[in-house]
Structure formats: C-alpha cells, structure tokens
Ligand binder design. Structure first.
Ligand code: ADP
Length: 485
C-alpha cells in the first residue's frame, strides 16, 4: 500500500493520543486486513482504558484554550484540515479502499464527503446564536448562551471509516469541544491519516485523539464511566447502541446515536421506471449494500413489478465485482465472513419461503468475501429480509397493491432511518412522504447524504441529527443567565 501513496507518511501505524504518536502501554498490537486480498496491511497498537483516559484528560486540558478562541480562529484550522484532506484525496482514498474494500472512486467520494463536514461545521460554528428573552420581572434580564458540551467520546463503524468520524468531530471541534475517536478495529488507518492531517492543519495537541483498539467494550466503558466525558456519539448497530445508552445512563450522559436502518424503497406504478432502477442501484448497491441507508426492502406495485424486476436484474448484471484498487471495479468484497454468512442466510430464507433468485445468489468466483450482486423476487413480510438489515448486495423485491398497504408495510419495523419512493402524482407524493415514519425520505432519488441536511433516524434508528445547522446543536449546551439589575 505504501508504494501506492504519493505521501507515504499518511499511512500512520501508531495510535494518536494527547498529540503524541504512541504504542500501547503493554506493547500489544492487532492486525489490519485488506478484505479484497485477505492479507495483512500492517499492525496498529491495541490500546486500552488507561490510554483512553489519558486522551480524555488531554482533551479536557486542550479544550480550555481551544474553546476560548473565536469561532473564526477555530474555523481557520478546520478549513486548513479540509483543504489538506482534499489535496490528499487520492492517498486517503487508497488507504480507505485497502482497509475497507469499497472501490477507489467510491472511497475518494467518501473523502470529499467526509471533508465536507469539516468545512461545513467550521463555517457553521460562526453562527451559533444565543437569545435574549424579555425578563419576567422589571429588574430581570434573561440571556441564553450556547457553550460546548465538553469532551466527546466517539465510537464509529467500518463502513465509512472517514466520514463517520468527520461528521462527529467536525461539529464537536468547531464549537470548541475536545474529541476522542475510537474507530472500528477493521478500519483504523483512515482515522489515523485524518489525525496526521489534523496535526499539519494546526489542531492543538490533545484536542483530537485516535484510540486504535480491538477492545471496543473497554473503550466504551471508559467513555461512559469517565466523568470528564460529557457526550457519547456513536454510529453502529441498534444492538450496541442500546448497550451504550444503558452504560451512559449511569452518569446521565448525552448521547447521539446513529443506529441501524431497514430502508424501504417503494416504486409506485406511476413512477419513471428507469429512474427508479437507477435510484435503486445507487441506494442498494453503493458500498456493496453496506450502509445504514441502503435500500433493504424494495416494494414494487403489482402493475410494474415484472418490468422493474427485469430492468433491475439487467442493471445488476453489469456490476463489476473485484479488488477496489483495480480500475473499473464497481463492487468490492464484503467486510468479513460473518457478513457473507448473513447475506447467504437471508437469501436461503427467501428461497425456503418460495422466493426466486433472479440473478446472483451465491459467493463470487473470486473467492474470499466477494459475493454476487443479487436480485430476489417473490419476497414477503414473513421473511427475514423484511425485518432484519441485510447489509449486503441483495435486492429483495416485494409486491404490493395499494398505497395504504405499502405505507403500513414500510413502517412495520422498529427502524426509522432512511426511506425512498418513486412516484409522479403530487397528491400521492405528499401523502407518502408524510406517512413514512422515517427521519429521511428520498423522493425520486436514491441518494440523500449531504453535509447540508440533517441526517438521522426516528424510532430505534437513533437519537440526534448529523449535518446541517441542526448538527451543531448535539454538541452544545444551553445556559440560561438571569441578571438582576
Ligand atoms: P457494525 O456491524 O457496523 O460493526 P456494531 O454496532 O457491531 O456495528 O459496531 C459499531 C462500532 O461499535 C464498532 O467500532 C465496534 O467495534 C463498536 N462496538 C461493538 N460493541 C461495542 C461495545 N459493547 N461497546 C463499545 N463499542 C462497541
């Protein structure tokens, strides 16, 4: 990998704690694998609670001076960081592809997306306005100010090794918080590369640390039990989100939770079918189906069901599976054997229930964790894909008759993150967008992520919003000041 990089120093293999590049106290390390090749890229330090506590303390100390700066001064550092990310987009993309598997073009897209949060929040933090409220007594004046919440602990998954961190540290740092990141053990290198550039951009020592660790629950406990941490921000499964919220309850810690989804993608019979196929391809097969906003259930109205299935299968057959570092690849490997097993299980369950594999359906001839992009038809609400997140390249097509029926089916899940539908009738569009119990609705589009809009879920998909001017609020506390004159 090093030989592929224009700037090999971006491939950092030590942890970044309190502004120093360090090994674990006990000297232990763990391996970072390339999922496309199955080989070891490098090892990184396997940190524990003690090192995490040091990072938290350093963040507390660094915050005092950082928070005292003007928003513009902080924004200038973030702007520099953003520019360095963009200037090194190729290298950051290659590191990301190597450790995670998504095709290089997609990885570079993630770097630009990730960088956009640093840019956006640096700008946005200049506009954090307080209030003055007319006093409740003649001699009282009421003022409301917004202050940084304090040191933030962050736990992120492997599917967006860069952007899941920047959408959290962007707002946190912009408003003056200190930040301790614990990236997924599968993908620590993108986080470390971010730290290399952060240091070059002039982030003060200690304000941003990266804890590389295979011991996720230990780090989660340190975040939840250390009284200096005032906020936990997590992206991952609903299952782990619940554990962390329970732990955070002991010190009544504020939590932002971006959890699982089970996105419905609905195609009505008045939809532009080609546009719907294109949207479904992006929503379903981006990142090989491994995003929390990927279409998980595709509902197609009876009149266009067969035509849609045929067009989708034709589009899926054009995907090019392989090592994301090679040219022309659209679809990388899955992250792990466990992920492949889940995909296989969901397909077997569809077939057992009477569904049909139209294309794909099995492990790819390339071996490893490569899997054939798959379309299955005849899928029903009783099957596992109706309630569980597949997190892989399987497009399950459900047939429906009426608008009321599909809204009810789409909402019949504990999740409520992203949803999508294709239709033309303006009355229908209005009814359906209002009826879907989701934090995000894509209407006639399969791509909804942007730093300027509030991303987040309802129900058991989470708490809080990331991106947009709402995204800074998660990192601020309100203070009400009552002045007697
Ligand atoms: P995913 O399927 O995306 O890996 P998880 O929810 O299992 O979703 O993991 C998301 C992140 O949470 C990962 O970085 C993982 O290491 C971490 N994690 C898993 N279990 C715990 C835990 N008990 N406490 C803290 N972090 C955890």
């Amino acid at each position: 990998l090093k030989s592929l990089l224009k700037d090999p120093t971006l491939l950092a293999t030590k942890a970044y704690v309190a502004g120093e590049w360090v090994d674990a106290d006990d000297g232990t390390t763990f391996e970072v694998l390339n999922p496309a090749r199955g080989d070891v890229i490098c090892t990184v330090p396997d940190l524990g609670r003690a090192e995490t506590a040091r990072a938290i303390e350093a963040a507390r100390v660094a915050m005092k001076e950082w928070a005292a700066r003007t928003a513009k001064e902080r924004a200038q550092v973030l702007r520099k960081w953003f520019e360095l990310m963009m200037a090194n987009q190729d290298d950051l993309g290659a590191i990301l592809t190597a450790e995670m598997g998504k095709p290089l073009a997609e990885a570079k897209g993630e770097i630009a997306y990730g960088a956009s949060f640093i840019e956006w929040f640096g700008e946005e933090a200049k506009r954090i306005y307080g209030e003055t409220i007319p006093g409740h007594m003649r001699d009282k004046r009421i003022q409301v100010i917004k202050q940084p919440i304090g040191v933030v602990g962050s736990i992120t998954p492997w599917n967006f090794p860069n952007a899941m961190i920047t959408r959290k540290c962007g707002p946190a740092l912009a408003v003056g918080c200190g930040f301790v990141a614990r990236p997924a053990a599968e993908t620590p290198l993108s986080a470390l590369a971010l730290a290399v550039l952060g240091e070059r951009a002039g982030l003060p020592k200690g304000i941003f640390s990266v804890i590389t660790s295979s011991k996720a629950s230990d780090i989660g406990k340190e975040f939840c039990e250390n009284h200096t941490v005032r906020k936990l921000t997590f992206t991952g499964s609903t299952e782990v989100g619940r554990i962390l919220m329970r732990q955070a309850a002991d010190q009544v810690m504020k939590c932002s939770m971006e959890l699982g989804g089970n996105a419905p993608f609905i195609v009505f019979d008045d939809a532009d079918l080609d546009a719907a196929v294109e949207g479904a391809m992006m929503s379903k097969f981006r990142n090989n189906g491994q995003t929390c906003v990927c279409a998980n259930r595709i509902y197609v109205q009876a009149g266009v069901y067969d035509a849609f299935a045929e067009k989708l299968a034709a589009a899926v057959a054009k995907l090019n599976v392989g090592d994301g570092l090679e040219a022309g690849i659209t679809t990388g490997p899955l992250i792990s054997d466990k992920a492949v097993a889940k995909v296989e299980d969901h397909i077997a369950d569809v077939v057992k229930g009477g569904g049909t594999v139209v294309t794909g359906g099995k492990r790819h001839a390339l071996g490893g964790t490569f899997f054939e992009p798959t379309v299955v038809t005849g899928v029903t609400q009783e099957m596992k894909v109706a309630t569980e997140e597949t997190f892989g390249p399987v497009a399950p097509l459900f047939k429906f008759e009426t608008e009321e029926e599909v809204i009810e089916k789409a909402n019949a899940t504990i999740f409520g993150l992203a949803s999508y539908f294709y239709a033309r009738d303006i009355g229908r569009i209005t009814r359906v967008q209002e009826g879907l119990e989701y934090g995000i609705v894509g209407v006639n589009t399969g791509i909804i992520s942007t730093e300027v809009a509030p991303f987040g879920g309802v129900k058991q998909s989470g708490l809080g919003r990331e991106g947009s001017h709402h995204g800074v609020e998660d990192y601020l506390e309100l203070k009400y000041i009552c002045l007697s004159i």
